[in-house]
Design a protein around this ligand. Structure first.
Ligand code: 5AD
Ligand code: SF4
Length: 516
């Protein structure tokens, strides 16, 4: 299929090797023969007004059916839950093509690395793995090796793979997942590396097949993309503009999961609080959606990730109704300094964030709050870092994911001068992590003596005689219980607290909790 035809069929504006974008043309000219569609961060940044189209017509093209007969696939997933869920969709497509899954790279005929671009060390892990896989590829020349996910959306990554990792057979982007059958076919037919990365987001395709990894907990996408453009973050470029799924599609999916016996769903989006803003003609937000979902007979509903700016009163009011809406909120703050928040373009102040926390705590008194924090932002002063430390205590977070700022090419922050030495950044991270551990243990200790509901997920990682699961507040609990408790919510009396987990004794086994 030529480019024009593809653009016409898919309604996409793609950056190509011969596009008018000089940078792309220059970078890719050497590889022109092998490039189908290459990414451009500049194009990825554009936010068009055109309507998102919804499709329900995905089908495996006739000519590709049975492509996977006698072949096995392996997908390694890096990064966030969104990637985990994309892997479930790709696995669904592989199965529909007749491939079998394997969890051993040596048995695989196709290996995909579903990558994460959020920080440099995430990318380095992938490049390291690509290096390791070279030997396997030399042993098995018929093996297809592919790179997909967020890193594929970056021009610099695609260039690097084209130049250095010649044993890669295909690169495709986050908006091209539904094109997997065509991409595999091209890779089988062509001796050259197949690159298909659309910079502009695709439409929403509702009926992609998926194979969920577990039978107890499930991810449900409620929206794709992000329009927030925090100055450090690559996600708006790799995942495109915000597109919400229609409420009826989400409700139907959750109902279906409940009917299949799932005990928990986590609603996914890069910024779930912006849910619904793009739904033309509908005045409908995350609070409205949660208010409908809570009536479904499924024991637990969570959501991630929240942006404080869009966290509205309607959502708080609905979450306060409790029932199957869990009393844990992950609310990334990133910094406790209003000045740093401003440079990050987070669009809230320290005071506004604290006011939101106050409202949430007033409405949901038992809520567990967790967060994400970046330390060592360009030019972050000692005082500004101290404001993060003091905010951490003031909120009383129960856990945090903490990161040293990592410049991402193409983002505004990557152009900022930075006068904070790496040693200072590391010291700040260490001090913050000590505080995180201290408050985590404190929060854990408060559970000792309480009897809590635990959704048992399976055997504990370290001891198969012990089962492990999570409380409503998302605390990991280890408990001795019969294997029949796996997949059920049981009552556990907490006996002992550690920094990252609780130990307890089973009190009684429960039927799935009743939902009001
Ligand atoms: N450097 C460091 N951390 C980052 N995050 C996002 N982008 C960067 C970056 N460039 C962190 C934020 C976000 C989490 C998913 O990753 O804290 O909430
Ligand atoms: Fe990145 Fe989250 Fe900011 Fe979006 S809201 S730009 S995903 S940090």
């Amino acid at each position: 299929m030529n480019m024009n035809e593809k653009q016409r069929l898919e309604g996409q504006q793609v950056a190509t090797a011969n596009s008018s974008d000089k940078k792309s043309a220059k970078d890719y000219s050497k590889y022109f023969e092998q490039v189908i569609t290459a990414p451009s961060l500049k194009d990825a940044k554009k936010r068009g007004k055109e309507e998102v189209k919804y499709h329900n017509d995905f089908a495996i093209p006739e000519e590709f059916r049975g492509m996977g007969e006698g072949r096995k696939f392996y997908i390694r997933t890096y990064g966030c839950q969104m990637n985990e869920h994309d892997t479930e969709v790709m696995a669904g497509i592989f199965l529909a093509l007749g491939y079998e899954p394997t969890d051993n790279t040596e048995d695989a005929n196709v290996i995909l690395l579903n990558t994460c671009a959020i920080r440099e060390n995430a990318e380095n892990k992938v490049f390291g793995e690509l290096g390791h896989l070279k030997a396997l590829k030399l042993e098995k020349p018929d093996l297809l090796l592919g790179v997909c996910g967020c890193m594929s959306q970056e021009e610099s990554v695609v260039n690097k793979i084209l130049k250095t990792y010649h044993h890669v057979d295909m690169i495709f982007g986050t908006h091209n997942i539904h094109r997997l059958p065509n991409i595999l076919n091209e890779a089988y037919m062509s001796k050259e590396m197949v690159v298909e990365v659309w910079s502009k987001e695709g439409d929403v395709i509702e009926n992609l097949p998926k194979v969920r990894r577990g039978k107890i907990k499930a991810w449900v996408n409620i929206m794709y993309g992000c329009d927030k453009f925090c100055t450090y973050c690559i996600v708006p470029y790799t995942r495109g503009k915000e597109r919400s799924r229609r409420p009826e599609e989400i409700i139907q999916e959750v109902r279906h999961l409940a009917a299949q016996g799932y005990q928990e769903v986590t609603l996914l989006g890069q910024n779930v609080n912006a849910y619904g803003k793009d739904l033309e003609g509908l005045n409908y937000g995350l609070g409205d959606l949660m208010d409908e979902l809570r009536k479904i007979d499924i024991p637990r509903i969570r959501f991630t990730t929240s942006h404080p700016r869009d966290f509205d009163d309607r959502l708080i009011e609905v979450l306060a109704k409790g029932g199957n809406l869990m009393d844990h909120i992950h609310l990334p703050v990133q910094s406790g300094s209003t000045d740093v928040l401003k440079i990050m373009a987070r669009k809230y102040t320290r005071e506004q964030y604290l006011e939101l926390v106050r409202k949430i705590k007033a409405a949901i008194p038992n809520v567990a709050l967790t967060t994400d924090i970046i330390v060592g932002y360009p030019n972050e002063t000692d005082e500004q870092f101290e404001e993060t430390m003091s905010l951490y205590r003031e909120v009383g977070y129960e856990l945090a994911y903490t990161f040293i700022y990592s410049p991402r090419e193409g983002t505004p922050a990557a152009k900022m001068e930075d006068n904070v030495p790496l040693e200072v950044k590391k010291e700040r991270l260490q001090r913050l992590n000590n505080l995180v551990n201290e408050l985590s243990l404190e929060a854990m200790k408060k559970h000792v003596g309480q009897t809590v509901d635990v959704l048992i997920e399976g055997e504990s990682k370290n001891n198969p005689d012990v089962l492990a699961g999570y409380t409503t507040r998302n605390k990991l609990v280890n408990v001795i219980a019969p294997k029949s408790a796996i997949g059920k919510i049981i009552k556990v009396k907490i006996t002992d607290a550690k920094t990252w987990s609780l130990n307890g004794e089973m009190v009684e086994e429960l039927e799935p909790v009743e939902v009001k």
